[in-house]
Design a protein around this ligand. Structure first.
Ligand code: SF4
Length: 326
C-alpha cells in the first residue's frame, strides 16, 4: 500500500474543503481500501466522511423515498419503508456482497464502486480505466463476465452494483453537494459509459459529495422485484440481473420500469421492454415478447455471447414473478 494521509471530517464544510483540495472521500471503505491494498488506487489523502449526518431514510412529500448516502446497505435493505414501497431496492441489496460487507458499505459508496474486471485489479495488465492510454486487456482476453451493452473500444467492463440497477429502473436522482452548492443529477446521467475516457466513471465535479439517492413516487399499487443470475448463489457478481416495477390498474399495465445489470458498462435501462409492456394486459406471451427486446443493440465479445439469451430469459422470468401471471 502506498503512503497516504488520513483526516476525519467533522462536518460537511470540512469535508468539502478537503475534497476540493484533492482528498478522496472514505465511507465504509469496502471498495477503496481493497483497491489501495492492491495498489490499483493510490490516493494521497483520505477524507473520512463517516461522521456526517447523511444516515436517514425519509419518505418525501410526494411519496418517494430519500436514502442518505451514508445509510449502510444492510440498514437500507431492512428499512420498513424501503421494504414496503420499493421491494426491488431491498432485494437488490440483499443479493449483494456478503452480510459483513453490507453492514459496512454505504449506499453512496455502492453506486461509486469500481468494476470487478480482473484486468483492472491486476496492475501488470493493460487497462485504460486504471492507466489511460495503456490499452484494454479484456477486449481480446478472457471476457466472459464483461459487457455486451454500452462498451467502447477503450473499455468493456460492467458496472458491478445491484442496487444501482434498481435505481436506474426507478429513475432515481442522485443528490450532490459541492463547492457551488447542491445539485440533483438523474441517475441515468450519473454513471458514465466508457467512450474514450473509461477512467471517468461518474458525473462528479471536483470535491462533490453524494448526499442522498432519491426515488420518485410511483403510482400505487406497485409491484417490484429483483432477480440476479450468477455463477454461485452467494457473494458473487451478476452475470445478468433484472429490476422490474409494474403498476397494473384495471387489468392493464400503466407503468413499467425495467433495467438490467451484469450486461452493461452502466446499469442498463430497458426502454424497449418498458414500451412493449405499456398499455398491455399481463400474460405469459407478453412477458416473452417484451423480454425479447432486452438485448437490443447488444455487441457480445468472444466469451460472453451466452449473455444475450440469458438476459432475455432473466427479464422474462422476473416479469413473470413480479407480474404474477404464469
Ligand atoms: Fe480495463 Fe475496462 Fe479493459 Fe477491464 S475492460 S481491462 S477495466 S479498460
Amino acid at each position: 500500500m502506498h503512503p497516504f494521509s488520513y483526516t476525519r471530517a467533522s462536518d460537511t464544510r470540512e469535508a468539502l474543503n478537503a475534497g476540493r483540495a484533492g482528498g478522496r472521500y472514505l465511507a465504509g471503505g469496502t471498495t477503496l481500501v481493497d483497491l489501495m491494498r492492491e495498489t490499483v488506487e493510490r490516493p494521497e489523502t483520505l477524507v473520512d466522511i463517516s461522521s456526517l449526518p447523511l444516515r436517514e431514510v425519509t419518505v418525501t412529500e410526494r411519496g418517494g423515498l430519500r436514502i442518505g448516502a451514508l445509510v449502510s446497505m444492510a440498514e437500507a435493505a431492512a428499512h420498513p419503508k424501503v421494504r414496503t414501497l420499493f421491494p426491488v431496492v431491498s432485494e437488490a441489496l440483499e443479493l449483494s456482497a456478503s452480510a459483513q460487507l453490507r453492514n459496512m458499505a454505504t449506499i453512496g459508496g455502492n453506486i461509486m464502486q469500481r468494476t470487478r474486471c480482473t484486468y483492472f485489479r491486476d496492475v501488470t495488465a493493460d487497462c485504460n480505466k486504471r492507466e489511460p492510454g495503456s490499452g484494454c486487456a479484456a477486449l481480446h482476453g478472457y471476457n466472459r463476465t464483461h459487457a455486451i451493452l454500452g462498451a467502447s473500444d477503450s473499455c468493456v467492463a460492467t458496472h458491478p452494483s445491484d442496487v444501482a440497477v434498481a435505481f436506474a429502473a426507478l429513475e432515481a436522482t442522485v443528490h450532490l453537494l459541492g463547492p457551488h452548492g447542491e445539485r440533483p443529477v438523474p441517475f441515468a446521467d450519473f454513471l458514465l459509459k466508457p467512450n474514450d475516457t473509461p477512467n471517468r466513471e461518474q458525473a462528479l465535479g471536483r470535491g462533490e459529495l453524494i448526499t442522498a439517492v432519491e426515488i420518485p413516487a410511483l403510482p400505487r399499487p406497485l409491484r417490484s422485484g429483483y432477480l440476479k443470475v450468477r455463477d454461485r448463489q452467494s457473494y458473487e457478481f451478476a452475470l445478468t440481473s433484472a429490476a422490474v416495477a409494474l403498476h397494473v390498474r384495471g387489468g392493464v399495465i400503466r407503468e413499467a420500469k425495467v433495467a438490467a445489470g451484469g450486461v452493461g458498462t452502466v446499469p442498463w435501462k430497458l426502454s424497449a421492454v418498458e414500451r412493449a409492456l405499456l398499455d398491455e394486459r399481463p400474460s405469459a406471451a407478453l412477458w416473452k415478447a417484451a423480454a425479447a427486446q432486452a438485448a437490443h443493440g447488444a455487441r457480445p465479445l468472444e466469451h460472453n455471447r451466452f449473455k444475450v439469451e440469458l438476459l432475455k430469459r432473466t427479464v422474462e422470468r422476473e416479469l413473470r414473478i413480479v407480474g404474477g401471471t404464469k
